[in-house]
Design a protein around this ligand. Sequence first.
Ligand code: SF4
Length: 458
Amino acid sequence: MTLTEKLLACAAGKTSVSAGDNIWVKADVLMTHDVCGPGTIGVFKREFGKDAKVWDKQRVVIIPDHYIFTADSKSNRNVDILREFSREQGLPYFYDVIDDPNGTWKYDAAKGNLKRQYGSNYAGVCHAALPAKGHTRPGEVLFGTDSHTCMAGAFNEFATGIGNTDAGFVMGTGKLLIKVPETMHFRLEGKLQPGVMAKDIILHCIGEIGFDGATYRAMQFDGPGVASLSMDDRMTVANMAIEAGGKNGIFPFDSRTAEYVDARVKLNGTISRYEPVELDADQKFVYELVVDLSKLEPTVACHPDPGQRKKAKEMSNVKLDRAYVGSCTGGKTSDFVEFARVLRGKKVSIDTFGVPATPDIVHELQTTRWGNETIWQILENAGVRMTENAGCAACLGGPVDTFGRINQAGLKCISATNRNFPGRMGDKESQVFLASPATVAASAITGKVTDPREYLPN
Ligand code: SF4
């Protein structure tokens, strides 16, 4: 069996399953957020009764992150609904924006968009927060009401996005009917060269198969090249499985996975037992691609979809209006470090926004020194507008007052986010070019799409 088949067989209590089988699997964790949480809660209450209790309080994780730092009252109300529900159910894993369980978050105009407007429990973007808070474990099944839930496949688990109706059902029963997906095999060999990042790996793969090339299929990434990839790198790759239509992305388990997971479950006091699945010799794949990491180059996905692959060095004729680094895919500490490596001592020439994925990442960037400056200062001195308000921000547009949102038709933005369908970051006449944080940094300096290797320090 492939890794995905083994995970699903295990969750179904079966010795084996095959692609195409319809099976009931048990959920280990259900995650929801402020966009889909209210709808999920509505379905749960309608189907199970207004006094019903969730199937397991320890396994429901609620993370407001999408439309948070906005004066939009409907968005604020969504977070209030999550707060009321978590209080009523006694949920231990509700990562609220404010510390008062009976309060309501209010936009503080005096602090503005850049200064911190959250309390001590807030966790930031759900997919970055889940592993950091100890909710991703090898061998488990994670359902989330968000398409990029597949990011947790980096941890050798079956992680996939589901709709509100399914999530309401999981909330009440802890189970879901799943069709076992076929598996596509991406064998990674070699090692990335300087200036080339994990984002380039996944943009390369999606470019090979197209933005619907993995529809309802598992994308399995393994091979000797995996060992050189950090957990952040693996998360970036798994995150974008959905950008090819994938049901899930999945990596094998190794000592790096164990080190990360063990540290996080210990730090947060979450469940510490887990059983990874190992690679079998007799796996059946519907597609195979060998990717030599050492041959990859800085890559860009052009408007209007993540499959429109080109090399950055071939796009210097594309003039840009803004640059953006952030999101679950591109807003991790390692992403900002590579962003800063290119920008250090230089100035951006176009509007450039930086949105860390979580408050912990804000802290790391503000306290990690590089010479006389912190990473945060390097970026601010380069002219990047860095916000402390970690979250999804303009990755998916959001209300008009969202930090970094594209509110003007015709703007071209190079972004370290993961999706670039029309209107994704705001105005539907704008264009988004997806790239690694290093490529975004070099492009922010020149104002046109630029290969970051031109700007790497010696
Ligand atoms: S950062 Fe973007 S892709 Fe990630 S969960 Fe938020 S909106 Fe979705």
